[in-house]
Design a protein around this ligand. Structure first.
Ligand SMILES: Nc1ncnc2c1ncn2[C@@H]1O[C@H](COP(=O)(O)OP(=O)(O)OP(=O)(O)O)[C@@H](O)[C@H]1O
Ligand SMILES: [Mg+2]
Length: 371
């Protein structure tokens, strides 16, 4: 089934694995959860030999084990889970994996924007049915959150802080009373949440909205902060994991030299340390330089080599993609990249050799083209 979708949700992509885990799971499960907390952790962080399983479970989210445990425990409690962090730190992906493992449904999602209204988290009406038959439960359109309440499963709220305070207030009542009333109806006018219902929300710490959440709403969520991955080994694993998936999805046969992966990781590490010592925003790249951004750069380079190159990823192409992806603001970002190329890539290329000279040249050309 997952072959027919551009991007299958985690419960579809990992259906066989989840079925198997369910069949061997003997641990206690809260509410109607499909897996026990231990199995959920194993599904997300992968198995180790000491787990003694007959089947190897690959790691899907890379990060601290204690964060994942806290997230799971929160969902078994009365409170919702709020994942906060910089863009591209894997918040949405973790939310999806949690919902897939707990409820086998990660698609009950509301996207928070300035235009999100209370209807999006409660219910709305099918106008033509209301005109024909009047208001009833049949002519009501439940929101994804209401569907999650009725089913006793996880509902997701992406970018919570981008929604208005009205919407956030409506969420407070859902999280505390655990029901939604439908005043338009005379009877059957309350939808109660079934056990197992909870909400996983995400918020971007660059949006600055987290502090503006009302204290009433904050109290109904446990906050779990997701840090930017700076450990090179984990980062390399994430990038490799995602890239292999991309190659499979596009059915691309392409050689990905490990030395190029090293160059990519090294450049991001250098640019991050430059950003952290920058004093003004003008001296900082606009990009958060997250792992997701690295994946984007590599994806771009791979597709470029596949369609326009000779099916080998070259340092020059990688440099071009890196410059192209990170130069968002002209001239600020280009000036920062230019400085980096002169001050860091050039000496490295002289000292280390290897693919660095080609990387140096490719970046220079790209910067010159964009300037
Ligand atoms: N720690 C991680 N483990 C596994 N994959 C990760 C991790 N961090 C980032 N990724 C990958 O990066 C991509 C982007 O992640 P995701 O969309 O979850 O980020 P996000 O934190 O929700 O960002 P935003 O705040 O911009 O919405 C995904 O493809 C994800 O697989
Ligand atoms: Mg997200």
């Amino acid at each position: 089934m997952s072959d027919d979708m551009l991007r299958a949700p985690a419960e579809v992509k990992y259906a066989a694995e989840l079925d198997w885990l369910e069949s061997v799971d003997t641990g206690p499960k809260p509410f109607s959860w499909r897996l026990s907390p231990r199995m959920i952790r194993l599904f997300i962080l992968g198995s180790e030999r000491s787990d003694g399983l007959d089947r190897e479970i690959p790691q899907k989210w890379f990060g601290d084990r204690s964060l994942v445990e806290r997230a799971i425990v929160t969902l078994a409690s009365d409170r919702g889970l709020l994942l906060i962090g910089d863009p591209g730190t894997g918040k949405s992906w973790l939310a999806e994996l949690l919902a897939a493992a707990i409820s086998r449904n990660s698609t009950l999602v509301v996207q928070g924007t300035a235009g999100t209204t209370e209807d999006h988290i409660k219910y709305s009406w099918n106008v033509s049915m209301v005109i024909a038959k009047g208001q009833s439960r049949d002519s009501m359109i439940p929101s994804p959150i209401m569907t999650a309440m009725e089913g006793g499963v996880i509902g997701r709220f992406e970018e919570l802080t981008r929604s208005t305070s009205d919407v956030q207030d409506a969420l407070i009542s859902i999280l505390s009373e655990k029901y939604v009333s439908i005043p338009e109806l005379d009877d059957d006018n309350i939808v109660f949440a079934q056990p197992g219902f909870s909400i996983i929300a995400t918020a971007n710490s660059r949006d600055r909205g987290v502090n503006d959440l009302s204290s009433a709403l904050k109290r109904r969520f446990n906050f779990v902060r997701i840090p930017v991955v700076t450990n090179k080994k984990s980062e390399a694993e994430i990038v490799r994991f995602r890239t292999e998936e991309l190659l499979r999805r596009h059915q691309i046969e392409l050689d990905l030299p490990p030395t190029l992966l090293d160059i990519l990781l090294q450049s991001f590490a250098d640019l991050r340390s430059a950003a952290s010592s920058a004093t003004s925003d003008d001296d900082k790249l606009e990009s958060a330089l997250s792992t997701a951004e690295q994946i984007g750069v590599l994806e771009d380079a791979i597709l470029h080599s596949h369609f326009f190159g000779d099916r080998v990823l070259r340092a020059q192409t990688l440099a071009g993609s890196l410059v192209g992806s990170l130069a968002r603001r002209s001239p600020e970002d280009l000036a920062i990249l230019n400085k980096y190329w002169h001050g860091v890539v050039e000496p490295r290329s002289k000292k280390d050799g290897g693919e660095w000279p080609e990387f140096l040249e490719g970046g220079r050309e790209a910067i010159a083209t964009l300037s």
